[in-house]
Design a protein around this ligand. Sequence first.
Ligand code: ATP
Ligand code: MG
Length: 617
Amino acid sequence: MAENRHDTDNPPTDGTEKTDETAGPGAAAAPRRSTVRSLLRLWPYARAVRGRLTVSVTAATLGMLSTLAVPVILGRIVDGPLATRDLAALWPLVGLLLLVGLLEAGLFYTRRVVLARPLAGLETAMRGDLFAKLQRLPVSFHDRWGSGQLLSRATADMYTMRLFLAFPLVFLIVNSVMFLAGTAVMFTQDWRLALIALAPVVPLFVLTRSFEHGYSGASRRAQDQNGDLATVVEESVLGIRILKAFGRHRSMAERFRAQSHELRRTELHKAHLLANLWAVIVGLPEIVLACALAVGAYLVAHDELSAGSLVAFLSTALALRWPVESLGWLLAYANEAATATDRFFEVLDEPDTPDPGTATGLAAPDGIRFTGVRFRYPDAPADSPDLLSGIDLHVRSGETMALVGATGSGKTTLTALLPRLYEATAGTITLDGRDIRDLPRQRLRETVAVAFEEPTLFSATVRENVLMGAPGAGDEQLRSALATAQADFVARLPEGPDTEVGEQGLSLSGGQRQRLALARAVVGDPAFLVLDDPLSALDVHTEALVERALREVLGTTTALVVAHRPSTVLLADRVAVLADGRIEAVGTHQELLRDCPHYRELMSGEAALAPEGSAAP
Ligand SMILES: Nc1ncnc2c1ncn2[C@@H]1O[C@H](COP(=O)(O)OP(=O)(O)OP(=O)(O)O)[C@@H](O)[C@H]1O
Ligand SMILES: [Mg+2]
């Protein structure tokens, strides 16, 4: 089981922080990354909604500014109608207050309505890009990344980014404008009081800087831990049978509990950081306001300030409390969004398998040719030899070549190189004389059809699962592919080929799945066919039937068939023996039985008795 792959051997968080299970929250140093720079990367997506974003920000700003008119009007009321006891002059001012209130409500409504739909579209676009990227990325990428890490990026992180654009971003702008405008208003009332009110700005600035520093580390850790948690959930759901059969569900639950506690600690640490900031952000203005009130009362008593101006000043200062107080969660949220953006782009920045994109001209039929092909998995131990260390093999055009070798010798790996699921580390592979790296990926995968040892079916109908191998094909092809694979059980399914199978449908037996996978491989009449032990899960009788039908298909294609059993080997014209990362011998079954002791062992079952890897002569 891939335990916490993300932590141990996964470089995606280069330059940022890694999840560290042993270190407590806050133990690791926070990464030096700029929140602003991370968030700016959202711009290409946000650009599509920039018009609406502007309208939204403008509406919110106007709404905020209109609240600033209230203190000024209040000051007028105190110094005017209230001081002179002239009630007639009061009503227009009260009417004005009402009007301002209505305006404010209208503007706030506009802000919300304008952004909701386009942001949902933006989230869809980002998610679409992420999904497309995940499909393009090489299999080696997926080997490295825990599925939960990708899952959490496609869901939770995406939500965080959208929410950031909807609220915190708008309010960061609006509140800054509000703060500047409010400060100006305070200065027009009385500059001495305004200076007192501004006194806490410098300590607040310093504080928020240090908060950001600590918080960005914690939020990264929390989101990574979320991803690891999702991986555990996913693996335990997918592997539920194994876990139950081996009575391991308890230990899995234990692991889940440990990880969720880890996450809880990180979240608490975040809450702690935020609470500290909040205490200061809420407390400081309170103290400052008290000071301003005392000084203001003194000034009014000495006739240096009108009572109206003091009221206007104090209510302006009160109106500014929200922009200042909200700073805490706005910064926290901006940080989370920056982390989510980093995590999103970590995936998007991964290099794809290069794709030449355009089809090249015709080539002469030459079959499949491996020349000096070497391969090692990226996570193989540094001191281990290459898994494939110089494969030279020629499968002639129209020929069926069986590939045999001890278990773990690299047969599956070798076949995976053909559709470029993995890239060979050295050497070349050609199809009809053309380097597979020069073939457009789409074209390559139409030309080469594969059936893997572990047949995977998707949550879809039998028809969709099989025709996946030939998108344009119709009923006739479906029927003949199912016939080739001896998948007559399909006719007996509740709804025939339209029965839903896979994770959210009917469960099929291993042999049934294998036959569908085989049908999927042969349905498109591929020029090259790669079968990885296609008959392993079939009973002897079905195997014989499938073999007979397969023989026909193999007659029309060039095929590489991984085989463990003599019966499968007999489908092939020639056999290649893989040992120690090389092709040890090539020949017909009879020739090899005569000349190659290792092959004799493999076929007789003696190899199973010898320790793995020591089977070579
Ligand atoms: N995705 C992977 N990442 C790292 N190592 C891998 C990966 N897949 C396979 N290996 C390693 O490569 C070696 C060869 O595996 P491979 O699946 O090619 O063997 P095989 O010949 O197909 O065996 P079998 O007959 O049991 O199917 C094994 O030692 C295995 O541990
Ligand atoms: Mg294999």
